[in-house]
Design a binder for this molecule. Structure first.
Ligand code: MCN
Length: 805
């Protein structure tokens, strides 16, 4: 394919709408419909309690209240637990909640009753009138409490262990026992959450005349929502449409489905015969969507004098909250992706996934990788410090080399396939990063700063990210008689710039003007077969499918054009939507070819009239050949054998205030390899966003649960999402493009890249500035201050050779 648009920094077409406030989100829908009803949810105020009685008798008296549901009002599949989306044999004790709590609540925020009223105010007033009698049970909050297992979250789950899983390549424990040097580390990461600008939201409309249900949901998977709504409400799939309009961020939380409200809103719409809306508020998002990240890790590593890892044994404990709707995806990703760009010769990993009486855990951008990267990179830094070697040298010693791809780790990845890396050049990436951040010049800078009484540190962290996870995505490309190209792919968009990047692919593959391409995502009416947007898969999966579908449309266009122009297909070329015979004036535009592809009897537009000058088809044969279809269209699916592995390396220079322990970012550098870049500007935007989110996760954000399971910081007053003032104003980015051999465009994913190494890279830089180990993230100034007090007798790193470079 020619590379005219592919690879260009094309400004995002969607931004005009978004920046002018013209985005259309779920809460903007049906606002003019006078029949629209609104809903509110009664949520558990207790982390663990038995429901003794629910009294809704006061509710229906409230003027404007239309209906109220509790568990007892649910029937059939709606009265069953919500689906466990991704079962796994190791998940021996998987548990999911009910759409409305039955008998017991297991976290503050769990849905108990659903009220529908003429507006949200009335619905909320009514919710406050529901009286629930609870019998308090002992809450299990945090990993330590879950491991102690003095109380159970679920009576029938021994020791609060939902799953135990182990994988091993070689014999790690024996290798560690034989190794010249060994280290043991305890490493913790706390809970955080996606906190997108737009919370969850669902609108449903039931048409009794056609028995058709339309659901609009702020989801990362419209086909997934469609499937479970149909199953739970007992509807034919063909009678359910799910449309995902603009989504104000998902960051992983919206891949989980169905949320209780995603079923209750359609149920209410069908029952009441009126459209119904649910829009989550901010507190609800904190206490009743999903969190991630909390894990404790125990690491044993054996290595030689060069720092080469001979054996690595990692055991960790994953806090998956009260239920496991998304299975074991997060800890499985940690367990496999913590290896990063390295090849420990023997590796064992074992984890327990633990129930706690807190909000459920499902993937948050990075999905288990930030924890894995933290573990591996802290280990690399510890080895370097122990041996007195430069941290980049120890990493280089352990890198998989460019000639070792495809590299098999001997483990099974999250997609159930072998963990096999397809491409990368880690030494080249490291060389770029060192140059970008000024690694070799840093000791001079440190000395200069020290002379001014300032304390600085530098850290780096490397990661590899499995992206473009299967099983498939599809695309449909339709050239209209106007020459405009309408493209549909089924996965959804939350702000990643798909309309722009996908149109770039179509423009080049089909040979049309970028401006003439219009992309639709997440509408099951246009593409009913699709999986969803997660695991940085859209570019790889839908990008490839769109390319393949556009190729099919192009093949057909050339075939018809050859006949119309009485030329050989080999002599044709397409540019700007016009097919011409090379070296002549003969040409035909795609709109006219679209007319010719559809042997209609009627002419509607100029293109139809223009088409009459051409003659295609054999009068002796059917107007639409047996192996053909009318219309200038192409449809195809892309289904790869396994994931493709992007990678990156980050470095940060921080300054820590000697008095206040405030942590300031002086420089942030990223080298990134996502194969061929469709749109470098979008990828860099994705990295900027990811780094900002990573800064929040490393330095500010945490879920402050008290012992009774109350989330104390469930608002943006208390949950410290960084402002622009806390995020680096400029990030130095360099790219390496090692194409993936697994897809036609050589793409690897990019959407989570910025966030993965944040905890690791900040821990490394703060440790380098302070001279004592940082083993738990996030870290606040007051925690750093406390650590200083605890390490007052230890030397500062300016006097120890932890960074020889
Ligand atoms: N891209 C590219 N060249 C590549 C790879 C990607 O130009 N080689 C472009 C893509 O075309 C796309 C963007 O970069 O426009 C991200 O692509 P990809 O890596 O395929 O990731 P997805 O589109 O599948 O997005 C999912 C990913 C994830 S998993 C989370 S979580 C996340 C993220 O993207 N959530 C986001 N980025 C987000 N960005 C916004 N604004 N909002 C979210 O909720």
């Amino acid at each position: 394919m020619t590379t005219k648009m592919f690879g260009a920094k094309v400004p995002r077409v969607e931004d005009q709408r978004f920046l002018r406030g013209q985005g259309r989100y779920v809460d903007d829908l049906l606002t003019d419909d006078p029949r629209l009803l609104h809903s509110a949810v009664l949520r558990s105020p207790h982390a663990h309690a038995r429901i003794v009685d629910i009294d809704v008798s006061d509710v229906l008296d409230v003027e404007g209240v239309v209906a109220v549901w509790t568990y007892d009002d649910l029937a059939g599949a709606m009265a069953e637990p919500l689906p466990l989306l991704i079962p796994h044999p190791a998940l021996t004790h998987g548990r999911t909640q009910y759409a409305l709590a039955k008998d017991e609540v297991n976290y503050v925020g769990e849905a108990i009753a659903f009220v529908v009223a003429v507006d949200r105010y009335v619905a909320e007033d009514a919710v406050s009138r529901i009286r629930v009698a609870y019998e308090q049970l002992t809450p299990v909050v945090g990993i330590a409490a879950a491991r102690a297992a003095t109380s159970a979250v679920h009576d029938d789950v021994p020791d609060n262990v939902g799953a135990r899983m182990e994988q091993e390549n070689g014999d790690a424990r024996a290798a560690i026992a034989r190794a010249p040097h060994t280290l043991t580390l305890e490493l913790d990461v706390e809970r955080s959450a996606c906190t997108p600008m737009e919370g969850r939201g669902t609108v449903a409309r039931w048409d009794p005349d056609t028995s058709r249900l339309t659901v609009w949901s702020s989801t990362q998977t419209s086909t997934g929502v469609r499937g479970c709504v149909a199953a739970k409400l007992g509807l034919d799939l063909a009678k359910v449409d799910v449309v995902t309009p603009d989504v104000g961020g998902g960051f992983g939380v919206k891949i989980n489905h169905p949320w209780p409200e995603e079923l209750l809103v359609p149920l209410a719409a069908m029952t009441l015969g009126k459209p119904v809306k649910f829009t989550e508020d901010r507190r609800e998002h904190f206490i009743s969507s999903a969190h991630e990240r909390a894990q404790q890790h125990h690491v044993e590593v054996g290595f030689d004098d060069d720092g080469r890892v001979l054996g690595l044994n990692v055991e960790f404990w994953h806090d998956h909250g009260a239920y496991t709707p998304y299975g074991l995806i997060v800890p499985i990703i940690t367990s496999t992706q913590l290896l990063g760009p390295y090849k420990p010769q023997n590796y064992r990993v074992a984890f327990e996934s633990l129930y706690t009486n807190t909000v459920i855990v499902t993937p948050y951008r990075g999905a288990g990788r930030p924890q894995g990267c933290f573990v591996m990179e802290r280990t690399m830094d510890a080895i370097a410090a122990y041996l007195g070697k430069d941290r980049t040298e120890v990493r280089s010693t352990n890198f998989i080399q460019p000639d070792e791809f495809p590299y098999e780790h001997g483990l099974v990845f999250q997609d159930g396939r072998e963990l096999t890396y397809d491409s990368g050049d880690y030494p080249a990436s490291l060389a770029k990063l060192k140059a970008l951040v000024g690694w070799d010049e840093f000791e001079d800078f440190r000395a200069e700063m020290a002379a001014q009484g300032r304390r600085v540190g530098i850290g780096l962290a490397c990661y590899v990210e499995g992206t473009g996870v299967g099983p498939y995505e599809g695309a449909h490309v339709h050239v209209e008689t106007s020459g405009k190209v309408k493209v549909a792919t089924g996965l959804t968009t939350q702000g990643q710039g798909h309309q722009t990047a996908f149109a770039q692919i179509v423009a080049d593959t089909l040979g049309v003007r970028f401006e003439d391409v219009e992309i639709t995502t997440g509408d099951t009416r246009k593409m009913p077969y699709a999986v969803g947007t997660f695991a940085s898969r859209a570019a790889v999966m839908s990008g490839s499918a769109i390319h393949l579908a556009a190729l099919r449309a192009k093949e057909k266009a050339l075939r018809i054009a050859a006949e119309a122009l009485e030329a050989s297909e080999d002599d044709l070329e397409i540019a700007d939507g016009v097919v011409s015979v090379r070296g002549t004036d003969a040409s035909i535009d795609l709109g006219t070819i679209a007319v010719l592809s559809n042997p209609l009897r009627y002419a509607f537009d100029e293109a139809s009239k223009a088409a009459t000058q051409f003659s295609v088809g054999d009068p002796g044969k059917p107007p639409v050949a047996e192996d053909d279809e009318p219309g200038l269209e192409g449809k195809d699916f892309y289904s790869p054998p396994r994931s493709t592995f992007a990678n990156g390396m980050h470095a940060v220079i921080v300054e820590t205030d000697p008095d206040t322990a405030e942590i300031r970012i002086l420089k942030y550098a990223v080298v990134h390899d996502c194969g061929h870049l469709i749109n470098p500007m979008i990828v860099e935007g994705q990295i900027h966003g990811g780094v900002a989110q990573g800064v929040g996760g490393a330095l500010y954000e945490r879920m402050a649960y008290d012992e009774s399971g109350q989330l104390l910081n469930a608002s943006f007053m208390d949950f410290l999402m960084p402002y622009a003032t806390e995020v680096p104003t400029s990030i130095d980015i360099d790219h390496l493009e090692t194409p993936s051999p697994l897809n036609p465009l050589g793409i690897k994913g990019a959407g989570e890249a910025g966030v993965i190494p944040s905890a690791a890279v900040f821990a490394a830089a703060i440790e380098d500035a302070e001279g004592f180990p940082i083993t738990s993230m996030p870290i606040s100034p007051s925690e750093l201050f406390e650590l200083r007090l605890a390490h007052t007798d230890e030397p500062h790193p300016t006097t120890t050779p932890t960074t020889a470079g």
